[in-house]
Design a protein around this ligand. Sequence first.
Ligand code: F6P
Length: 553
Amino acid sequence: MPKLKQPFMKKILIDRPPSDFKTWKTLKSHQKKIASTSIQQHFKNETNRLDYTWLEWENFIVDISKNRIDRKAFDLLLNLAKEVELKGAIEAQFSGTKINETENRAVLHTALRGLDDKPVLVDGSDIIPELRATQEKMYAFCDKVISGEWKGYTGKPITNVVNVGIGGSDLGPAMIVEALAHYGNHLAVRFISNVEGDHHLEVLKELNPETTLFVIVSKTFTTQETLSNANSIRSWFLNQAPISALAKHFAAVSTNTKKTTAFGIDIENTFSMKDWVGGRFSLWSTVGLSICLAVGPEHFKGLLKGAGKMDLHFRKTPFNQNIPVLLALLSIWYNNFWGAESEAIIPYTQYLRNLSAYLQQGIMESNGKSVGRDGKRVNYQTGTIIWGASGTNAQHAFFQLIHQGTKLIPADFIGFKKSLKGNKQHQNKLLSNFIAQTEALMNGKNQAQVKKELDTIGLDIKEQKKLIPFKVFEGNKPTNTILIDKLTPVSLGGLIALYEHKIFVQGIIWNIYSYDQWGVELGKQLASEILEEIEGKKLSLHDPSTSKLLSKI
Ligand code: F6P
């Protein structure tokens, strides 16, 4: 649990529920007004629809036209952003104000990817010089390992890297290492996260301690899963190597250098991070060490640069052309005015198959809150449920439900114009699916169209009548299309930063604190008590279900 420093809970952000604002009420009545107008109809009504729903930035195209909005809804949503003083909140975040009020912390993952060295002050001190020095230390270390200059305890170069961490200390690096595999070097990077013993043993069985580097990543260096895995791996290693070898094979990333030193990790191989970097926003920091090892410092810098450019776009662009702001507003539109509970994220590339798993933590750990910044229970829905998989695989898994099910599921379709390895035939097929799906979701297929198809195959009228209802697609399913030139470190950095800012905007509007995560504490607390019970050290009172389950273990 983070240590709380005084002063605590100093009010910085406004704390009015969005439902108090005039625009919220107007949005409600406007939604009722346009509820029966289909997206197709909006296109017919608005000949200039693409003028305000088509966005271009760097090599991104973001098409938000296939949504259940009209110009009035769009303007009202923008007005809501104004009413909640979003602009001021953005500035407060970027300038290092302690907007994470329940933990009394600044939120400055953006400083890690700043495009210049302009001072950013936390508690009156400029954080940039130390940040740059830490980055340089990380780059130098990675260069040595990648080039083979860094030798293991028997004089062999490192060939395998294992990132040991969980949550933000695992999901971001794991997702990016896979996403940028095309840009990778000879180092094979693996990830151990779960406390389940089989998990680390499965990974270790393929590894040679002489050529493996373990990177222990834990912001707090107290997380049960990471520490248990790190200790078991240390024992496995020391069963085969002398204690002096630890310095060559273990590195750490943490804010808690006392604990990393106590664990036995050389301070030279310890990379610090600061409390103003939240776990789920930390891949840009030294938490990205495994990424930097996998793709090298130049590509890692590319990732930072892409995110830095998106930061600038978010901070400086008027809201009516601001990609993260508009995607956040649309998400609020469906969540709070249309009753949508979840959102799907479908990247059309296998490299990003873990994007939704990564964003689940970012989005759901940040905005899964039910108490407003005013300390009161909110009376509206907050955080959306995030899920997804890569296209086209997802089409053969859950798209049936999106097309013909009863639930409203807004979806982001993310595609890349160019493939990385240049296979045009496959890329054309991939992109045809990418485009076809959003068109199909919007337009659907009506009875007349189905009938015409059945006529063509000669099905008799009686049979047609029976079959038609099952073959109709209602359509009117909303999607955003994000079309990017190519999957590169720079474009990926921009894409991730886009979603980070979307989270922030939604948290501001929902009047919640997006940067704490008290909701994960209770389970952790109980698990440590139950562990003592499982180990026979103590007996506690539980409800009948829990007691019976415990008796079976
Ligand atoms: O799941 C809760 C959490 O605190 C996350 O926010 C964080 O990313 C993860 O645990 C790991 O924490 P640490 O890096 O301190 O081990």
